[in-house]
Ligand binder design. Sequence first.
Ligand SMILES: Nc1nc2c(ncn2[C@@H]2O[C@H](COP(=O)(O)OP(=O)(O)OP(=O)(O)O)[C@@H](O)[C@H]2O)c(=O)[nH]1
Length: 214
Amino acid sequence: MDPQDDSFDFLFKIILIGDSNVGKTCLVQSFKTSQFCERQQNTIGVDFTVRTLSIEGRRVKMQVWDTAGQERFRTITQSYYRSAHGAMIAYDISRRATFDSLPRWIHELKQFGAANVLTALIGNKRDLEAEREVQFEEACKLAEAKGLLAAVETSARDAWSVEEAFVMMARRLLMQNDTSVADDHTHAVMLRSNSHTVSLTSASSADEKKPCAC
Ligand SMILES: Nc1nc2c(ncn2[C@@H]2O[C@H](COP(=O)(O)OP(=O)(O)OP(=O)(O)O)[C@@H](O)[C@H]2O)c(=O)[nH]1
């Protein structure tokens, strides 16, 4: 383990859930090492990774729990929900079925997670634009309807917005726990392709550069 991870000001546990093969493990690896691993093996049960971020002078230790998406591990993975401060529910933008599963994951999180768990939707495999089956706006609408923090698109393959997604989560958790940390909307602004962004708090427009964050 990285020695810098030994000391910290805040420790946040983040759980990564979502259907099998949406890229959860690759996202965690990208966050930890900035590298893409073309891995084929499915996660068995739960793995965890730690990285300490520096945010406004605070050392924020992110303990990320990568869960297996396969149904047969559901009982094990659900037992990790309760202690999570934040949850990232991942889907694959090129596989509609993984997006259609989101309400079920959100429901499970409500059922087994803490009442105030901060939740973001992560649309991974953004590099597969030609195969896109889910529009970003749909994810934004779902995030808004379910009262979630944000919808974000990432590519673990290109390390695109992965760091920003975790930093956004860390910053929001920090804001909840340390009132001297300011809200910085610029983080969320970076999380969308440069074509356009959608605001959940005002009318959307193709020209607006606003965050998709509630
Ligand atoms: N094109 C593309 N492929 C990706 C990306 N992220 C992951 N993959 C591929 O998607 C497949 C599944 O990735 P994993 O990270 O193992 O998926 P997982 O969600 O952890 O799967 P489970 O462990 O079964 O829950 C692998 O073949 C990866 O190479 C991405 O951003 N873009």
